[in-house]
Design a protein around this ligand. Structure first.
Ligand SMILES: [Zn+2]
Length: 579
């Protein structure tokens, strides 16, 4: 279909080329839009569209290229804004802090510049990539003798507190409270805290009271992450750690006229109301609950992944505290029986199942459980939309099996971009490590494949994902596993049309097709005409459109700033630093 029958357009947007990501008509020159509905009426040449819509206004984007807006299929925008945007300080290795020395230089600078007594929150310390030590309060006290300071580890599994923060938390005699279930606090021999908290309940136990002091406008922090995503060409994303207390903030973000992003919600399976419908005043086209998020295993950078293969035994692995393994099924968060019971309770809800799983053993178990549950529910062959998330260590044959089950594969190119050099030959043997994130095998399987940046874990830069997947080169430029390269078309499918399907909006967004929303990214150049090795250097995001309207990010932030911060003051208590 090139035109919606009977619909009329009041705006034609023309560009040097329109890359539609619609196989029925891959290229065009212009798009006719009905701005009253925000939808695409017709796609074609300038001459065709001006002839069919003689009264429509024309916006000519000149030399720019128009594409469907990019979609991040797995993210955590609320938490990302709070710990990766100001007033927090993001210190991940790939946002300007490649070594621990860069981090400590920032510590020194900020302690000198920041008013006395004011707290500082850091996120993204990475022990493997930055060769950073596992900090103690004494280590932090060297840089911050007086002000309270919290440092969150990049994995989300660990936090570090200085002595001033321990005092601020009111821990009697500097002793940490009793360990929460599934977590623990680090302690010295005399019982005092050593400034460490391990696993989410302990991390948040220290972080939540402090964040309330440092993050004075959490909704604005979240909005800054929305802005950051839009600046990189995204027009839709997902919240993969949703719980109901986030709803007022999500509703506020989605209800503003200049909101840049549509949001698909995945409710954490650990919440009692995970299968309940979402009730919000925001338009359904902006916020929709589509899935339930479950966790099969952990992070390859921490070592709690259900792999069939071991880590290499060397100083890097040992210094990071990673067990050599192989981890196998012992690393799974659920037994197979627990997992079946979870799916029995959720599979009939009509929501997608979305399972975090990195290890190959974990993926075997998840696919076994999916196959059983799909059969029991009579969902085989239906458009159920169930997904697997990240799948760094998966084998090619597992993707074939996912494809046969109709399970979508949501991949994290960031694992390859930022950790790929380390994975290939340092963390794992080259036959495993060079293949980490098997983009080629995933596409060859025939499954739908999307890409994601996973909120706090990596900067949301779709063009960098495309560059890395097409060239199979990491951030440093090194080549690993060239057999896992994919084509430019496939990489953009993973950021658009397949990502739209994965976030439960395949009929509405993801391609420039009549009937879909007019959500676009405007690029400086046609990405298919540049050397893919230089894609992010040569192709710039000039802006985005949502529902047939250019997004004004300054207006969006102004709309957020007009909301009383007190209305969302408790937001930090409910955003979860778990990917
Ligand atoms: Zn995640």
């Amino acid at each position: 279909m090139t035109r919606v029958a009977g619909a009329s357009a009041d705006l034609i947007v023309a560009a040097s080329t329109v890359i539609t990501m619609d196989q029925g008509r891959p290229r065009a020159e212009a798009v006719a839009i009905d701005t009253s509905t925000g939808t695409i009426v017709e796609v074609g040449t300038r001459a065709e569209l001006t002839a069919s819509h003689p009264n429509a206004a024309l916006t000519d984007l000149g030399a720019a290229t128009l594409m469907p807006g990019f979609i991040d299929s797995h993210s955590h925008p609320i938490m990302s804004g709070m710990v990766c945007r100001e007033p927090a300080h993001w210190i991940a290795p790939y946002v300007g802090y490649p070594t621990y020395r860069h981090v400590t230089d920032l510590f020194t600078k900020l302690d000198a510049e920041t008013p006395a007594g004011e707290g500082l929150l850091f996120n993204g310390l990475d022990r493997t990539l930055q060769s950073a030590p596992e900090l103690t309060n004494a280590d932090l006290d060297v840089f911050f003798p007086d002000r309270p300071v919290l440092v969150l580890d990049n994995s989300g599994h660990e936090a570090y507190f200085n002595t001033a923060l321990i005092r601020m938390l009111g821990w009697a005699d500097d002793q940490a409270p009793a360990d929460p279930v599934g977590a623990r606090y680090g302690r010295n021999a005399d019982g005092t805290s050593n400034g460490r908290g391990y696993e989410l309940p302990a991390v948040m136990g220290g972080a939540v009271p402090f964040m309330a002091k440092v993050i004075t406008d959490p909704l604005l922090s979240a909005a800054k992450w929305y802005r950051y995503m839009a600046e990189n060409g995204l027009t839709a994303t997902s919240e993969h750690t949703y719980n109901t207390p986030l709803l007022p903030a999500i509703t506020a973000l989605a209800s503003l006229p200049d909101s840049p992003l549509r949001l698909s919600i995945y409710h954490m399976s650990t919440e009692a109301d995970a299968a309940e419908p979402l009730v919000t005043t925001a338009p359904e086209s902006m916020v929709r609950k589509v899935g339930i998020k479950l966790w099969a295993d952990g992070s390859p950078w921490v070592g709690n992944v259900a792999n069939s293969f071991p880590y290499l035994d060397n100083a890097t692995v040992r210094d990071a505290g990673i067990p050599i393994g192989p981890g196998g099924e012992a690393m799974m968060n659920y037994s197979r029986a627990d997992l079946d019971a979870l799916l029995d309770s959720f599979a009939g809800s009509g929501y997608q199942m979305a399972f975090h799983v990195n290890g190959d053993v974990g993926l075997d178990v998840v696919l076994d459980a999916y196959e059983r549950a799909l059969t029991l529910q009579g969902l085989n062959g239906s458009d159920h939309g169930w997904r697997v998330e990240h799948v760094g260590g998966a084998r090619g044959d597992q993707f074939d099996r996912a494809a046969a089950l109709g399970v979508g594969i949501s991949m994290g190119p960031f694992q390859f971009i930022y950790w790929g050099d380390l994975v290939d030959g340092t963390l794992f043997a080259p036959e495993i490590g060079s293949q980490w994130q098997r983009f080629g095998d995933a596409f060859r399987s025939g499954a739908t494949v999307s890409f994601h940046n996973d909120g706090t874990v990596s900067p949301p830069i779709p063009l960098l994902n495309v560059q890395a997947a097409v060239t199979r080169r990491t951030g440093s430029g090194q080549l690993h596993g060239p057999e896992q390269m994919i084509s430019m078309d496939e990489a953009f499918q993973a950021e658009t049309i397949y990502a739209a399907k994965h976030v439960g909006r395949g009929a509405e967004i993801g391609s420039i097709t009549p009937g879909k929303f007019a959500d676009f990214v405007v690029l400086s150049h046609d990405p298919y005409t540049v050397d893919p090795v230089h894609l992010v250097d040569e192709v710039k995001v000039l802006g985005t459109w949502r529902s047939g309207k250019p997004i004004d990010l300054d207006a969006f932030i102004a709309e957020i700033e007009a909301i009383d911060p007190a209305r969302h003051a408790g937001l930090h208590e409910h955003a979860t630093h778990r990917c």
